[in-house]
Write a protein that binds this ligand. Sequence first.
Ligand code: SAM
Length: 327
Amino acid sequence: LGPELPAALAGAADALLEGVSRRDLADRAGRVSATYRRGGASSVAIGGAADATAYVLSRLPATYAAITAAIEAVEAAAPDFAPRALLDAGAGPGGASWAALQAWPRIESAVLLDSSPVFLEMARRLAVAGPPTLAQAEFLRGDLTRPEPGWPRADLVIVSYALAEIAPDRLDAVVEGLWAACAGVLVIVEPGTPAGTERVLAARERLVTAGARVAAPCPHDRPCPLAAPSWCHFSQRLPRRRDHRLAKGADAPFEDEKYAYVVLARPEVELAPAGDRVIAPPRVGKPGIDLEVCGADGVERRFVAKRDRAAYAEHRRLAWGDRLARR
Ligand SMILES: C[S@@+](CC[C@H](N)C(=O)[O-])C[C@H]1O[C@@H](n2cnc3c(N)ncnc32)[C@H](O)[C@@H]1O
């Protein structure tokens, strides 16, 4: 599983551009992004199919990449977890579903739930190019703040970049509703801003109290030891394809998506022993590597000297977000 869109999704995204002027796309993508940056919800940012196309071309590659990083953390924390049913809550165009099916092709059923008919239509249009589970998925219109008894339960529930759009006083209820729908693992991904991390931590705290175990990124279930001005977040580098660059009006062949996430597991899900996690970009200097690590005893700085050859070799390739092998 890599950060790059699967070829079938990239192809379906490019096909949306038939007959669309690149200038209009770039203008629209700029407006959509500006609305999200101002804190506007999708109901404001995405007025119609053309806006959804702009989202697919300009934002989906990055949210997809962040989701793949969170899914890789699930795979590392719960190597035997093999979900059969997926609920993609606040699915938008369905990037999380595509990523989940890349990681676990044996998922048999998928429900993409969203309040936006425009996004649901876009998700359906893209899904036609996807694996059979996605092409035959259920596209369910619903409001996460008003859970309905008929909503399906799934052993994998993903909610990506959607909690930001829930009114703060409804967040607890939404998170509890998602947990009720989850029979195995719940993955929450948000933008890697202080506010995004705050939402992730609030959900984490709420659900730990309800009996959830934290599978990633934290090696413990206790309150987050990071204090302002630091906040727990990570960065995923992704390549930009040509149409992605056009939509963004940017030349760089890659971008770095900052994200925050948490993976919560039901007690029945078997978890591998937790390893400490690198929570900032490692600083490599002449004498050795400086790491900021979150471990069972909280956050600590670790220096690995170059002359300590065995330890240096073990730590040399570690990147921000990686889990250290358990000693
Ligand atoms: C920024 S988009 C993220 C889409 C997708 N999950 C992703 O990662 O790219 C937020 C999505 O959440 C949906 N959403 C917001 N509030 C919702 C609610 N109360 N119930 C259901 N969906 C909601 C929006 O319609 C939109 O599709």
